[in-house]
Design a protein around this ligand. Sequence first.
Ligand SMILES: Cc1cc2nc3c(=O)[nH]c(=O)nc-3n(C[C@H](O)[C@H](O)[C@H](O)COP(=O)(O)OP(=O)(O)OC[C@H]3O[C@@H](n4cnc5c(N)ncnc54)[C@H](O)[C@@H]3O)c2cc1C
Length: 545
Amino acid sequence: MADTDNFWEESLTEQEGCLLQPFVTNLDRSVFGLRNLPEVVKGALFSRYSRSDKGLRRILLDEFIKAPEADFTRIVGEVANNNVDQLVAIQQAEAFYDRVLIGYGDDSVAELGGAHIACEGISNIAAKALEDSRLGISPLEKSTRYVPFNRKINGRYRYYREPSIMASSHAERYESTLDHLFDTYTALISPLLSWVQACTLRDTTTSERAYNSATRAKTLDLLRGLLPMATLTNVGLFGNGRAFEYMLVKLAASTHKEVRALGLSMQQELDQMIPSFVKRAKTDRGHQYARYLSTNRHHTELLTQELLGQLKSASTSIVQLVEYDSAAENKIVAAILYPHTNLKFEQIKEYVTSLSTPAKVDIINTYIGERVSRFHRPGRAFEETYYTFDVLADLGAYRDLHRHRVLTQERQNYSVHHGYVVPQELEEARLVEPYKKALESAAETNDLISKDLPDAAQYVVPFAYKVRWRMKLNLREVYHFVELRSSRQGHPSYRAIAQEMYQQVRAVHPSLVANMHFVDLNNYALERLTAEQRIDIKLKQQNQK
Ligand SMILES: Cc1cc2nc3c(=O)[nH]c(=O)nc-3n(C[C@H](O)[C@H](O)[C@H](O)COP(=O)(O)OP(=O)(O)OC[C@H]3O[C@@H](n4cnc5c(N)ncnc54)[C@H](O)[C@@H]3O)c2cc1C
């Protein structure tokens, strides 16, 4: 972040600054917006976040502006040449918008304009806060699978040096613990990669490129458990004005100083792009809303402590189906028939109860038809029933699954209380000892800091530690979620969760998941391999053009 000694780098020459200036809202801060670029270029730029260690401005320069093959000038034309015009235009548009809004008073107008904003050098705590959005926000984040997180700047690993910890007596311990985690991560990459490659030799049908990418991805997947929540990352967001305004209010209500500061930085940049749509976040109304959220959360937390503080956490399996609807099948069959009649829903439900099970299955099968890919999703009738799961899994898996915006998901605090997971492969490679040692030292430091600074102590928690969270989703989402997240290329820790969810729903509602043809219950040695082989085919086709 720009505000602290939590370094963030962007070294641009004067000439580079001149080239970039028309396209970004600032040249020297870690939060900035994109402007004067075609939508497709903004999308392409953000997609690079997942596989690059570079900042977005550097990617824009190296891979678009300066790359002759990108033909950048032709793409953007002359539109970006006068920055002043752009600002004047925004001011004029704002005045016009305000007049329109007075006339209509309709909040949804603010959904009609959007912005691309880059947040660089933010911790995983902040990244999760940004991604905890549902309607209207599309995030993209640097991947722990494709990018190693051990590059140093000025001799220091890139993790958030939380100001209240750094001002306390825990500062030295905090840094030595996090350095130990990153040192261990760094030291294990090479021996683990050799082990992975020795276990899965390249066959003649696999290119060297595909093989190296797949084995490297596997290695980084296995080691991500060492990365703490303080790890700095980059997140790009595209969102509409209304969603950004709500996000700014939520960020302002956070218990984390970093997250509140990030909200203020974002406001500053959004004010340059879609000021009218986000301005209420900084008015009394916005401040009052943020206070409302934080006060209620605080009071609820106190009440919960009072009511449940003495109870001990019961250990559970990683996935537990805690609630489902015993009348699900009837409701879904009724919902399938509903749009095709003029009868009341009640009447149809009554009729359905008189049907035999085979008759109901027949209706379901007709509705779903022949699914030839997982993209053939069942329709809205499948939203008629919900499942609630209690999940206890490593933070790495939570970080991934949390990205499903349509579900209801709520987690408990990041902590070390539930222990950590150790990938079986680390045991087999005999590399588990340094891994465990670094994680256990993190737990001790977390315990120590928690006594004084419980919110800040969460930055120490590594991704291998477990977190408990609640997932509520309807059957239509179960299809999408399970089929996507069990697919071969996924990370094994969330694949196991998706597979388990499938098994538990199948146990209670076999007829409803009988058409879930694309759930993958196998285990693989190299998850990424087939995906990399597909990339090879695409590259070959492109070269032949
Ligand atoms: C193998 C794998 C690798 C990944 N790697 C990365 C990575 O490197 N970096 C990264 O940031 N993310 C990564 N992701 C996360 C991915 O980008 C999605 O955010 C995540 O899978 C959630 O999927 P979803 O959007 O389909 O689900 P949901 O958010 O649950 O949405 C369900 C469906 O609703 C529709 N929908 C939801 N929101 C919108 C919207 N705003 N506009 C239009 N349609 C919408 C879509 O049809 C979507 O499929 C990865 C995911 C997988 C499976």
